[in-house]
Design a protein around this ligand. Sequence first.
Ligand code: ZN
Length: 292
Amino acid sequence: MDIGGTSTVALALDPAGQVEAEIQLPTLKGTQGLLDTVERAVAGLTERSGRDRAEFTSLGIGIPGQIDHELGMVQHAYNIGIDSLALGPLLQERLGIPVSIDNDVTAAAIGAAHLMHLEGTTAYLNLGTGLAAGCVIDGLPVRGAHGITGEIGHLAIDPLLRQCPCGQKGCLETVASGSALTSFWRPDASGHLLMTAVAAGDPEATHALEQLIAGAATAVRLLVLTLDPHSLVIGGGLRLLGEPLISGIRENLDRSAAVSPFLASLEINSRIRILPEDSSAAAVGAALSYQS
Ligand SMILES: [Zn+2]
């Protein structure tokens, strides 16, 4: 299951990792809402897959927030109304099967590597409401000591020095994320609105898109220099801005390579892949994460 602030995607994987059934339902907030959402999703999958509930051997969940995978703890998942919750143990008790909890971006990284058949080291850059990354090495996620591997959105390096909710100024997330667009461009920002305004020659929209591209390209360079991945997948809702964003990132990377033989030698552009539009990577990765 991929539990997001507004909706939850749930799917059933067969032993070979193929999707058998999939449903989407609204996410109900708070502890009780979250538990009810999961139970309704399980019931829906039982019905759609035609399988007996007892045939489900494990449940994996990808959810925003700081996650302690070992303890199944979710913290700071504010857009779901959760401050701190032992979600894994609670669900395990209710459902009677092992439950694995991961950060949604880590889950998406696992799912993207699986669905796109990527081997070796895969870096996953999520350009969504926030900016964060995940890393998978030969199918296994890197979670880190405190579950914050890949939280590069809070690297403060942008000269605009915009205030970030984390307390710092100039975080990558304040220029290259959906929340940056709503905070610093316009409150009703959407990808469609942005591209329409850019096409109409709106200078503020053009500036917002340029910031987005520059921040995303910086995030790509950061991931390549820290992880040296075989593949770098760009996912998250903002990727649906499509060609203007993707070619903008590629051109930015080309410009930085043009002045640096070192960066040029890294062939960063050739490592980039775009997550397909209809992909349920986070839900697939969450389902697989019980084994990883
Ligand atoms: Zn920050």
